[in-house]
Every structure is written in C-alpha cells, then in structure tokens.
Design a protein around this ligand. Structure first.
Ligand code: ZN
Length: 298
C-alpha cells in the first residue's frame, strides 16, 4: 500500500514540506556550533527539536525532515562528538516520530543526509573511501531508525555529492535528491561560495541519472528557483520540489535579514506549482508561519 505522500504525488497533487529546522532552533535560543551547526541540538536540546517538528506538523506540513543535516561522522567527529553518531541519528528520528504521534498525524519523516564538510571547510573531507563509509553509516542509521525516505540536502558538487547519493540509494528507501544553487553572472552555480563554482547543469547531469524518486531545489535563492526548475525539468520527468532559503548565513548563525514574508512565499510557490512543482516548503530562514501560508494556498 502506498503512503499518503506517494498517493498525493502519483495523483499529481502537491505536498507541503516543513520549513527550516536549524535556523528555527537558533531562533528559539539553541546555540549553533561552528563545526556541526545544528547537528548537536538533538543531544543538547531534544525537547526543542521535538517542539519544532510539532509546530511544522500543526502548521500543515505533509513531510518533516529529521535534524540530521550535521550528524554525519565527519561533522560530529570534527566537534569531538564521534562517539555519539549513532545516538544522534536514532534520537533525531525518534523525536520526529514522537512529534508525529503527539499530533496524531500521518506526516512522512524524511531523514536528512548531507555531504557538507565539518565546519563547512572543503579541505576537511576525509579520504574518498572513508567518506563513502561515513555516508553509508548515516544512511543505514536513518533507515534502521524508521525514516520513510532519505532527503539528500545541499548536493552541490560532482565529487562528494555522488558518494552521499550512492549511500542513500543502497538503503532501498525512496531518495529525494536536493540540489542547491545561486545565480552568479547570469549562470546558476552551486550555492556555497567556498571552493570552485560548479554549474548546476553539471551537478544535475551527474546525479539525476543515478535514479532519485524526486528532485528538490532546496536551500536556493528564491530568485534563482524559476530558472533552476527549467533546468531540472529538462533532465528529469518525475516530481520536483522547491524549498528555498531566505536571509543569509554568517557561520554558524543565520541572519534573519530581508526574510520573505509568509504571504509572499505562498505567492511565489503558486508560480512554482504552476510551473510543475509538486512539493513546496522552506529551508533556512523560514518558519512555521511560512508553512501555514503555503498550506493555505495548496
Ligand atoms: Zn537551508
């Protein structure tokens, strides 16, 4: 039997995914870490993580994402928390499951997996075979803890991203490929400003053939989304999602400056839906009120 999220997509409907997790934790007073960003929050502030999940479910999200973006061994290990990698994954999934139970909802739980390096430092990646093992460990822990699917987040290069995607696909769970980009001199390139500018087209050409179940344009500047949607559609006939960021990152904190209003995000989302998006939500900088506005418009 198909899950509600699968039925909605198959029928051509639109899913609402949650808003930012790390930035919402920061807004509620949870300190962000230079190396793991929000990755340690499930260990230090589990009640706040569960509350944020509940807030997003009550705002109308069909899908929530676990707070595991920064839980890989390369991230937690970089902060001296390597012994707590398994606990961080299992607890993060349990908090999402508790929020689902507390709200008596059928929300889907997506396990976040990202190849982001410790401290966002691209020189800090482990050797490739060790790196693949890092992603396999996270993907296995998410699957074993009971997530419904794996949401790959901020896949934005052609070296590290394929390793994370391979690890996610090996679980046999549905895999959502999340790519991130910004506009530079009229071209769409990967979001992160550190390291070489990788064209979004190159990232998609490499990763889409690996076989995701859905492609998300996530943690992307709002004014780059429409063009990114066209690029994804040229390469991918399946469902596409959009959950952009708003504001800016000054490591390790988010600056909630010029964040798009919930009503404006809902208006933008209607345009993306008209262009074929089947999933909308928010990433860094957005909160439960954004999701409430998106729900009202879907
Ligand atoms: Zn984000």
């Amino acid at each position: 039997m198909s899950a509600p999220w699968q039925t909605t997509l198959a029928a051509g409907g639109v899913l609402v995914i949650d808003g930012g997790m790390g930035t919402e934790l920061q807004r509620l007073g949870v300190p962000m870490d230079e190396v793991v960003w929000s990755g340690a929050a499930v260990l230090s502030h589990p009640d706040v993580v569960r509350t944020v999940h509940e807030d997003y479910i009550r705002a109308g999200a069909d899908v929530i994402i676990t707070n595991t973006f920064g839980s890989t061994r390369q991230m937690l290990g970089g902060a001296g928390l390597g012994a707590q990698v398994e606990q961080a994954h299992r607890l993060a999934v349990a908090l999402a499951q508790e929020a689902r139970a507390a709200t008596n909802s059928r929300v889907a739980i997506a396990g976040s997996l990202s190849p982001t390096p410790p401290g966002f430092d691209r020189q800090a990646y482990p050797p490739p075979e060790e790196e693949l093992a890092v992603y396999r460990e996270s993907a296995h822990l998410l699957a074993d803890s009971g997530v419904d699917l794996i949401a790959l987040e901020m896949l934005e290069d052609t070296v590290h991203a394929p390793l994370a995607m391979r690890a996610a696909l090996e679980t046999g769970l549905p895999v959502w490929l999340g790519v991130s980009c910004r506009r530079v001199d009229g071209r769409l390139v990967r979001f992160s400003e550190r390291g070489p500018e990788v064209p979004l087209a190159d990232i998609l050409d490499l990763l889409v053939p690996l076989g995701p179940d859905l492609v998300n344009i996530m943690h992307t500047e709002i004014d780059a989304v429409s063009e990114a949607l066209v690029m994804v559609r040229q390469r991918w006939p399946g469902p596409i999602g959009v959950y952009p960021e708003s504001g800016y990152f000054a490591q390790p904190n988010w600056n909630f400056v010029d964040v798009i209003s919930p009503d404006d995000l809902a208006r933008e989302a209607q345009g993306w839906i008209n262009d074929g998006a089947q999933l909308v939500g928010g990433c860094c900088g957005t909160g439960p009120e954004h999701i409430r506005a998106l729900r009202a418009g879907c």
